[in-house]
Design a protein around this ligand. Structure first.
Ligand code: NI
Length: 133
């Protein structure tokens, strides 16, 4: 990939925040920090669109509460075409961690993730995505 250079003017406080971001994320320089932030922003925009992305839905729940396991299973079967695999960890007597790998149209994955995370009894849920093409 060829590199293009350009000048950036920033307010001092934003520059200070950028330098803190460089340190916090152990990045080599400001250029890498800007690249990272731009890419992250572009990925998040893609969530709303029709492009193919890949990622994972992470769910944490207490399997004794409600019927989370049954509901999650039903939703996953309804969306088998975008689910690559799922892993279930029995964290303790009560808690389960489920990681569902997904690939498909961003819109559809966001809807799927909202449905899963919205199941009554889910303690924590998050969708992470990245460009897949
Ligand atoms: Ni379990």
């Amino acid at each position: 990939m060829s590199l293009a250079r350009f000048g950036v003017s920033l307010d001092e406080d934003i520059l200070k925040a950028l330098d803190e971001f460089v340190i916090e994320n152990k990045l080599p320089n400001r250029s890498q920090a800007i690249r990272h932030l731009v890419e992250r922003n572009l990925v998040e925009k893609k969530w709303q669109c029709n492009q193919v992305v890949a990622g994972a839905v992470v769910l944490l729940y207490d399997h004794h509460k409600g019927d989370v396991t049954i509901k999650s299973n039903d939703i996953q079967h309804e969306n088998f075409d975008v689910i690559l695999s799922s892993q279930h960890f029995h964290l303790s007597h009560d808690y389960c961690l489920e990681i569902i790998a997904v690939k498909g149209i961003a819109n559809k994955l966001t809807q799927l993730s909202d449905k899963l995370i919205g199941i009554k009894g889910i303690i924590h849920g998050k969708l992470v995505m990245s460009r897949a093409e």
